[in-house]
Design a binder for this molecule. Structure first.
Ligand code: ZN
Length: 84
Protein backbone atom coordinates (compact mmCIF):
# COMPACT_ATOMS: atom_id res chain seq x y z
CA UNK A 1 0.00 0.00 0.00
CA UNK A 2 1.38 3.41 -0.93
CA UNK A 3 1.00 5.91 1.87
CA UNK A 4 -0.90 9.08 1.02
CA UNK A 5 0.28 12.62 1.59
CA UNK A 6 3.58 14.21 2.37
CA UNK A 7 6.23 12.05 3.99
CA UNK A 8 6.60 13.14 7.61
CA UNK A 9 9.98 14.21 8.93
CA UNK A 10 11.35 13.27 12.33
CA UNK A 11 11.65 16.98 13.01
CA UNK A 12 7.90 17.43 12.85
CA UNK A 13 6.45 14.12 13.99
CA UNK A 14 8.87 12.70 16.51
CA UNK A 15 10.03 13.51 20.00
CA UNK A 16 13.02 11.21 19.91
CA UNK A 17 15.03 8.95 17.69
CA UNK A 18 13.71 5.82 16.05
CA UNK A 19 14.82 2.60 17.70
CA UNK A 20 14.97 -0.77 16.03
CA UNK A 21 12.45 -3.25 17.35
CA UNK A 22 11.54 -6.85 16.72
CA UNK A 23 7.78 -7.14 16.55
CA UNK A 24 6.36 -9.29 19.33
CA UNK A 25 3.05 -9.60 17.55
CA UNK A 26 1.59 -8.79 14.16
CA UNK A 27 1.38 -4.99 14.02
CA UNK A 28 0.23 -2.53 11.39
CA UNK A 29 2.70 0.11 10.27
CA UNK A 30 1.49 3.54 11.41
CA UNK A 31 2.08 5.05 7.98
CA UNK A 32 1.42 2.55 5.21
CA UNK A 33 -0.86 0.20 7.25
CA UNK A 34 1.13 -2.74 5.92
CA UNK A 35 1.37 -5.55 8.46
CA UNK A 36 4.71 -6.18 10.13
CA UNK A 37 4.84 -9.90 10.91
CA UNK A 38 5.81 -11.18 14.34
CA UNK A 39 9.60 -11.57 14.55
CA UNK A 40 10.22 -9.04 11.79
CA UNK A 41 12.31 -5.97 12.37
CA UNK A 42 10.64 -2.60 12.41
CA UNK A 43 11.23 0.75 14.08
CA UNK A 44 9.54 2.46 16.98
CA UNK A 45 9.36 6.22 16.72
CA UNK A 46 8.35 8.16 19.83
CA UNK A 47 5.55 10.58 19.17
CA UNK A 48 3.95 12.96 21.60
CA UNK A 49 0.20 13.41 21.48
CA UNK A 50 -1.57 15.62 24.03
CA UNK A 51 1.11 15.16 26.67
CA UNK A 52 1.60 11.43 26.25
CA UNK A 53 4.54 9.89 24.46
CA UNK A 54 3.68 6.76 22.57
CA UNK A 55 6.01 4.68 20.48
CA UNK A 56 4.54 4.13 17.06
CA UNK A 57 5.51 1.16 14.92
CA UNK A 58 6.85 1.90 11.44
CA UNK A 59 8.01 -0.63 8.86
CA UNK A 60 11.59 -0.39 7.59
CA UNK A 61 10.52 1.15 4.26
CA UNK A 62 8.52 3.91 5.93
CA UNK A 63 11.32 4.62 8.42
CA UNK A 64 13.68 4.92 5.45
CA UNK A 65 11.48 7.49 3.70
CA UNK A 66 10.96 9.42 6.96
CA UNK A 67 14.75 9.59 7.43
CA UNK A 68 15.09 10.75 3.81
CA UNK A 69 12.55 13.52 4.41
CA UNK A 70 14.34 14.49 7.64
CA UNK A 71 17.59 14.91 5.67
CA UNK A 72 15.79 17.19 3.19
CA UNK A 73 14.39 19.27 6.05
CA UNK A 74 17.81 19.54 7.70
CA UNK A 75 19.56 20.57 4.49
CA UNK A 76 16.92 23.29 4.01
CA UNK A 77 17.67 24.62 7.49
CA UNK A 78 21.42 24.37 6.81
CA UNK A 79 21.09 26.46 3.68
CA UNK A 80 19.06 29.04 5.57
CA UNK A 81 21.76 29.20 8.24
CA UNK A 82 24.44 29.67 5.61
CA UNK A 83 22.66 32.79 4.28
CA UNK A 84 22.91 34.55 7.66
ZN1 ZN B 1 5.13 1.28 6.49
Amino acid sequence: MTPKGKTPSLLSMSTGKPTIYVCKKKTKCTRCKEEVTMGDKCFRIPKSTSGFTSKKIFCVDCTDSIIGQTKIDISQIESEISTI
